[in-house]
Write a protein that binds this ligand. Structure first.
Ligand SMILES: Nc1ncnc2c1ncn2[C@@H]1O[C@H](COP(=O)(O)OP(=O)(O)O)[C@@H](O)[C@H]1O
Ligand SMILES: [Mg+2]
Length: 389
């Protein structure tokens, strides 16, 4: 990037937020951003300057001084007045603790968003900034929530999660008020606002319940989004893109579809998630091929189940056939094939992947004799070549 305003005058966005706070007589907003400014100065090695900012903060009235560090506070969260429940949840994802595997196209679009956040001031000076609003959409379990956590971790900012489905299901009359509280809270501190299960709001129109009331909620959400300063970071996640109406869609300049993992990504997910529990006998290509159509979340679940089985058996690696068995049975669930009995399971697995599930392997996995397996699958022992229909 060429020599820009930001390089001449670093941390302009923090300073502008501090000025905003002062002008609105919103001392906690000013203090929160001053705290962030001090952190950034310190990270860059300007300890002296950081100290001067912190010294100023220490002189503030105690209430404000305590609120200064958004990274560590969780008090004063907006509360639903009826249920007394917090409407937002604060977490502090650490970038190394959040493992995320994305298709390269998706990864580069997320990084583009991160770069827009990081160079916002410079981009704005060149009139090339967009409001920092990212919408992630895709099937359940593809890693949308995980992506939001990863983004917050990368930016070293707290993640403020609003579960829109819970927000809606809490008393409708309260929702608009709750939303306003949340947005006011967010505007006061450096953070990533995460609107999870966002389709719950978008689907408002098709709902049988009080449609008028729900529409007011959507309108209120849009108004709140519009009132936020453009450099407040908002990430929204939705399972159903078709349920979001164009009014909502328009407000998110960054839109990233998260597809189900493709062959390469499935292979990577299996490898990474199995980690040291991986077995040299495991055919990852076959695993990736046979797991087409399943989400990262399901892969994770199968891996966890198989690891537990290994640990209980005192083994240091998973049993490949056991892993394929869990995968096969999960696929039956995904395809809504009911397998009520063990006999049904055995026949399903045999039909699904003959290479792995030889009669011998099935006999071992289910602790029954080979003769019994061949009876169940209506195949003769050792006669693996015969076609099975
Ligand atoms: N692409 C991915 N990379 C890493 N982990 C993933 C991925 N997709 C799913 N997971 C795992 O599956 C679980 C559920 O993912 P989540 O982000 O909650 O899905 P979504 O929000 O899209 O329904 C997470 O705990 C995560 O560990
Ligand atoms: Mg989610």
């Amino acid at each position: 990037m060429s020599k820009t305003d930001t390089q001449v005058f670093p941390h302009l966005s923090e300073i502008l937020k501090i000025i905003d706070g002062a002008l609105r007589a919103n001392s906690s907003m000013a203090a929160n951003y001053a705290g962030l400014l001090a952190d950034k100065l310190e990270q860059e090695g300007n300890r002296e300057q950081a100290l001067r900012v912190r010294e100023r903060l220490a002189r503030a009235p105690t209430g404000i001084a305590h609120a200064q560090d958004a990274g560590r506070i969780s008090t004063g969260l907006p509360i639903d007045t009826e249920s007394r429940m917090h409407t937002v949840d604060v977490s502090h994802p650490m970038v190394d603790a959040v493992k995320l595997y994305l298709p390269s196209g998706v990864d580069s679009r997320i990084r583009e968003f991160l770069n827009t956040v990081r160079y916002y001031d410079a981009l704005q000076a060149s009139e090339a900034a967009s409001p920092l609003r990212l919408l992630i959409y895709g099937a359940p379990g593809t890693g949308k929530t995980q992506t939001a956590r990863w983004i917050a971790g990368e930016l070293k900012l707290p993640l403020l999660t609003v579960r829109c489905d819970t927000l809606i299901s809490s008393l409708l009359g309260q929702t608009s008020k709750n939303l306003r509280q949340v947005f006011e809270y967010v505007e006061q501190r450096p953070c990533v606002l995460f609107l999870d299960e966002f389709d719950a709001l978008g689907s408002a129109r098709g709902n049988e319940r009080d449609v008028g009331e729900l529409q007011r909620v959507v309108i209120s959400l849009l108004q709140n989004l519009d009132a936020l300063s453009e450099n407040t970071i908002v990430v929204a996640a939705s399972n159903h893109d078709q349920l979001l109406d164009s009014a909502i869609w328009r407000r998110f300049p960054f839109r990233v579809p998260l597809p189900l993992p493709d062959f390469q990504l499935r292979k990577e997910l299996w490898k990474e998630m199995l980690g040291k529990f991986s077995s040299s006998a495991l055919d990852f290509d076959l695993l990736a091929e046979k797991s087409e159509g399943i989400s990262g979340a399901l892969i994770e679940q199968i891996v966890l189940d198989s690891k537990r089985t290994a640990i209980f058996a005192g083994a240091t690696a998973i049993d490949p056939a056991e892993l394929f068995k869990r995968l096969g049975l999960s696929l039956a669930l995904v395809q809504r094939v009911a397998l009520p009995s063990l006999e049904d399971e055995i026949c399903w697995l045999r039909k699904w992947e003959r290479k792995i599930f030889s009669l011998r392997e099935l006999s071992r996995l289910y602790s029954i004799s080979i003769r019994k397996v061949s009876q169940l699958t209506k195949e003769e022992d050792g006669e693996e070549k015969r076609g099975h229909s």
